[in-house]
Design a protein around this ligand. Structure first.
Ligand code: ADP
Ligand code: MG
Length: 626
């Protein structure tokens, strides 16, 4: 039997083109060929299970070996094999819808995956690294003859009788000169560990190890002896293929440590398992968030039927969950197509919302079952949750019952609990509930104390995401606004009906205002005399909430640069009811300015705003006063 023919592509020399185009990730040839071998073994197992094959299956096995001298890599399996007819059918007739379309499309293909997926080029990826590819195969079918197929990467092939005596297939790659890097134990081992570590059929990588023996050889070099070492490189039933009831915490932790050897143990995990309307399994871990959390992205590994595909899961996992670690396995994710297609894909959308829902359910469960330990974890998970609430309305709806707010006394409240706590004291005259927060408790300490004296609670909003979270809360909660504790003097943070009258007469107020304006001598510091409680500070420097937010936004590159260009304008609130103010009024002209300066500098100092020459002047003046 001998047959020559043409592979059914009409365009000549397509393989050299494939080779060139796909050079960058040509290592995936091994992934493709090993997974074909795994498929073949699984198929024979299935045939046997269905009673369509009655021979013995033997130990299912895929083997990868290489020969440096002969420059070959061989992938063997004891799967179902192929007859010559099947080779013609499955290998020769490449699943091209047409060669022209292929040539047209591959020009834009970004990577090998895209091409392989679109055109069913799995097997042909072998030509990315080979001058010649040979198949030796024997089908499981009764009376099948061994067959050999060989092709040199042109569109011509040859089929002859083969030499295989056992059921199964060898794919023999004659590695081309440009790809000799692959004829290396460590290189191959590395590729296998990356893509094949969790394949469902044992994969053996036959390597040779050198031993140094006693004595020297004819070239006076230490004598060496090579011995063959066989090892199975994969774990055939990784935890995500099992059911949660089979697994203990220790199993999940062990798997995590295996995947991320350098990491701290995760906080908790979620076992994903769904088969309708799409098929997906996996385990997602919540890591401990590190300050450099940007570095922790891309830690989720994506598999398709246990074959590693990528760790870029950007479109499959919701953006806010990108900090999670773990694995996702789904044959339903179209792995081989372009990003834009992926985003529009219906399964991908469903998977995305499934993962969001599972994460929300898990958090709700943790919160419900053990609130104390949930609160302890909050500093680590709060970032995810807030990010999720901001970016996905659906997640907000679920998370609003287990998201926590923290105050400066380190107490935790859910959003409804917090409203309950503050609404009596912190509702303004228009019925708005005002939540007061600090983003820097050390710097804003005097404001916090003033607010607390009035019985107001102060929330801690000092994580990198809180600026956005504040906006989010305001947009979701009815009749609620948030104000930073230094947005105004405590008496005015929440405007109430009752008014504390200033003890100063109109002309006294005018005088005091002039004294301070002269002492401060800065047009961006707007002096206002206010009738505040006697125990309030004599001078307080504040920036309006709205103005500050606009400036913050433009500093972060968003919003209106108009505000960014504006100088910082502050209000200097003088407490007309404070004893010191009465004292200043009574003092002599020169002393008036000095006292006003001193009181103003103290206010600036308490907020960390007094620096440079102003600070030096303040210190000198204070020494003089002593
Ligand atoms: P796919 O795996 O997506 O079907 P491939 O190009 O990788 O596409 O393989 C084409 C076909 O060749 C397979 O579907 C299978 O029928 C056959 N084939 C490839 N490798 C083997 C093998 N080791 N044993 C048996 N059949 C194989
Ligand atoms: Mg394949």
């Amino acid at each position: 039997m001998q047959e020559k023919g043409n592979i059914s592509i009409h365009t000549e020399n397509i393989f050299p083109i494939i080779k060139k185009f796909l050079y960058s990730d040509n290592e995936i040839f091994l992934r493709e060929l090993v997974s074909n071998a795994v498929d073949a073994v699984q198929k024979i197992k299935r045939l046997a299970a269905l009673g369509q094959y009655s021979g013995s299956i033997g130990e299912p096995l895929v083997e990868v070996a290489f020969d440096k001298e002969k420059k070959t890599i061989t992938i063997s399996d004891n799967g179902l094999g192929m007859t010559a007819e099947e080779i013609k059918k499955y290998i020769n007739q490449i699943a091209f819808s047409g060669a022209e379309e292929f040539v047209e499309k591959f020009k834009d293909a970004k990577d090998a995956n895209e091409l392989i997926g679109k055109f069913g080029l799995g097997f042909y990826s072998a030509f990315m690294v080979s001058d010649q590819v040979e198949i030796q195969t024997l089908s499981y079918q009764d009376g099948a003859q061994p067959a050999r197929w060989i092709c040199d990467g042109s569109t011509e092939f040859e089929i002859t009788e083969g030499t295989r005596t056992q059921r199964g297939t060898d794919i023999i790659l004659h590695i081309n000169p440009d790809s000799e890097e692959f004829l290396d134990q460590y290189r191959l081992q590395g590729i296998l560990e990356k893509y094949c570590k969790f394949l469902p059929i044992p994969v053996r990588f036959g390597t040779k190890e050198e031993y140094v023996e006693d004595g020297v050889d004819e070239n006076d070099k230490p004598k060496r002896k090579e011995i063959a070492v066989d090892n199975i490189i994969n774990e055939t039933t990784p935890i995500w293929t099992k059911t949660p009831t089979e697994l203990k915490d220790e199993d999940y932790l062990a798997f995590y440590r295996e995947l991320y050897p350098m990491s701290e143990d995760p906080l908790f995990w979620i076992h994903l398992n769904v088969d309708y309307p799409f098929n997906l399994t996996g385990v997602l871990y919540f890591p401990k968030v590190k300050p450099d959390f940007e570095m922790q992205r891309n830690k989720i590994k994506l598999f398709s039927r246990q074959v590693f595909i990528t760790d870029e899961v950007k479109d499959i996992v919701p953006e806010f969950l990108m900090l999670l670690h773990g694995v996702i396995d789904s044959p339903d994710i179209p792995l081989n197509v372009s990003r834009s297609f992926l985003q529009a894909d219906n399964n991908v959308k469903k998977i995305n919302s499934y993962i969001t829902r599972k994460v929300a359910d898990k958090l709700a469960e943790l919160f419900k079952n053990d609130r104390k330990s949930y609160e302890e974890k909050w500093p680590d998970i709060g970032l995810f949750v807030k990010y999720g609430m901001i970016s996905e309305d659906k997640f907000y709806e679920k998370a609003k019952d287990f998201a926590l707010l923290t105050n400066t006394k380190k107490e935790y409240f859910t959003i409804p609990e917090y409203r309950e706590k503050v609404q009596d004291l912190q509702t303004d005259k228009d019925g708005q509930v005002v939540y007061i927060y600090t983003n820097d408790p050390a710097k804003q300490d005097s404001f916090i104390q003033s607010a607390n004296r009035k019985g107001y609670d102060v929330l801690l909003m000092n994580s990198p995401i809180d600026n956005h979270f504040i906006h989010n809360l305001e947009s979701k909660l009815e009749k609620t606004s948030l104000k930073r504790v230094d947005a105004d003097v405590a008496d005015k943070l929440i405007s109430k009906e009752e008014k504390i009258e200033s003890v100063l007469s109109e002309s006294e107020s005018k005088d005091i205002k002039e004294i301070f304006e002269k002492a401060i001598h800065n047009p961006h510091m707007k002096v206002e005399i206010e009738g505040l409680s006697q125990d309030e500070l004599p001078v307080t420097v504040t920036m309006d909430e709205f103005m500050r937010r606009m400036k913050d936004m433009s500093a972060m590159g968003g919003g209106m640069s108009f505000y960014g260009a504006m100088p910082d304008n502050y209000k200097v609130a003088i407490n007309g009811n404070h004893k010191l103010v009465t004292k200043i009024l009574k003092a002599g002209k020169e002393q008036q300015t000095q006292l006003a300066k001193q009181a103003y500098d103290l206010a600036m100092l308490s907020q960390g705003m007094l620096t440079g020459a102003d600070l030096t002047e303040f210190v000198n003046r204070s020494i003089e006063l002593i």
